[in-house]
Design a protein around this ligand. Structure first.
Ligand SMILES: [Zn+2]
Length: 391
């Protein structure tokens, strides 16, 4: 069994390693960060603008969030990381006292910024808010995250779409490696863990090379980037089956960025991933799509206007404890703000409860046998919905 990984800023212990028979790479562990401990496998709700849309910190605790993700790019542009630092840091600013992971901003710079120009030193882009010109470098991304004071900072990378031509992926992956070293050199807070990002797209050779390179650096955790984009589930599984076996003896947590549908989370856990984030459960909730065991309900459908049942019988969330499908359907049709809060509470409760069921199954050493039951509970989300990325 691998010894726990321990650094000044974090500790990760694989408490239930994968079984020796090779039936699954799923494992259960405990990640301890400056603001608390996180059981893995775990899902991180996304608080883009220092808030998970429509929820208060009390709501977040009630849905079972033990760690959230916030976006470096958005907070740098508005309200500004220096302002947040003056106001006591991100935890104090948003009144969230549990762990926070900040992404590096690499994905948003590439996907949201206009007129972006990538050179060896960094990326120049125009703000999607007001058109002003900005420049991100590995050093700046690390400085912004240090000012925010997140528990986990992520190295600045250059993501590309999985379907990009091989030479584009190879070029971005090599640059990501050089930026990973610069990000580590720019690390300034002993209380902040730093995760590195593996790239390499769908090409097995590039993915393997990136895995070995990033795992060879003294990061506290390893992000598997460049997936949850436009690839098929089979292509994603194949990329994971290249990367994860190379990390079999690596004691650090593995984080697949941007994946959010219950079915996708389950398959990635099965392939050895420990951490996830996505806006998906909250985004589809605001569109009226409520996740329930084995499927989903579209609360914009007229049929629910006379339905006195809760969205999900037995669900402990704020919505299901107190309100009917009819009431929520009415709120959506009237565009009442409470609809977004209640629906988000439910979908995040469903997602985090699903992860808890996965952890319990791994801890009981019954995960391979439980897979059919867990797959049935996860239901199916269409590919287009499942690959909507963090924005
Ligand atoms: Zn509920």
């Amino acid at each position: 069994m691998t010894a726990p990984y321990v650094s000044l800023a974090s500790r990760y212990e694989v408490q239930v390693p994968p079984p020796a028979d090779g039936s699954t790479r799923a494992r259960a562990g405990l990640l301890t960060l400056t603001h608390g401990a996180v059981e893995t496998p775990q899902f991180m709700p996304v608080g883009t603008n220092a808030t998970v849309k429509a929820l208060s910190p009390d709501d977040l605790r009630e849905v079972g969030a033990s760690i959230i993700l916030s976006n470096t790019y958005h907070l740098y542009l508005r309200p500004g990381h220096e302002r947040i630092e003056r106001l006591g840091g991100l935890h104090r600013f948003m009144d969230w006292d549990r762990p926070i992971l900040t992404d590096s901003g690499g994905f948003q710079v590439v996907s949201l910024g206009d007129l972006r120009v990538v050179d060896e030193d960094g990326v120049t882009f125009r703000s999607h808010l007001d058109g002003s010109v900005h420049r991100f470098t590995p050093e700046l991304a690390m400085g912004v995250q240090a000012a925010l004071g997140s528990d986990v900072a992520v190295a600045f990378d250059q993501p590309v779409y999985p379907s990009s031509p091989r030479e584009v992926v190879a070029d971005a992956t090599a640059r990501t490696h050089r930026w990973a070293e610069r990000s580590l050199a720019a690390r300034s807070r002993p209380d902040q863990a730093v995760f590195g990002i593996i790239q390499g797209g769908l090409d097995p050779e590039l993915r393997a090379g990136s895995t070995s390179f990033i795992a060879g650096l003294p990061f506290d955790g390893l992000c598997i980037g460049g997936l949850a984009g436009d690839e098929s589930p089979a292509e994603r599984d194949a990329a994971l089956d290249v990367a994860v076996p190379l990390l079999d003896d690596d004691p650090r947590p593995r984080y697949l960025m941007g994946l959010g549908s219950p079915a996708d989370l389950l398959e990635a856990v099965h392939r050895g991933v420990d951490l996830f984030d996505s806006v998906l459960p909250a985004r589809v909730a605001r569109n009226g799509q409520l996740w329930v065991p084995g499927g989903r309900l579209n609360l914009r459908n007229r049929a629910f206007l006379d339905d006195p049942e809760p969205v999900q019988e037995g669900c402990p969330c704020l919505l299901c404890r107190r309100f009917s499908r009819a009431y929520l359907a009415h709120l959506f049709r009237a565009k009442e703000l409470l609809a977004y809060r209640l629906a988000t509470c439910h979908n995040l409760t469903f997602t985090l409860d699903f992860m808890a069921r996965i952890r319990a199954s791994i801890r009981a050493s019954t995960f391979p046998a439980d897979l059919p039951r867990l797959r049935a509970r996860a239901g199916r989300v269409s590919r287009g919905e499942a690959t909507e990325q963090s924005a």
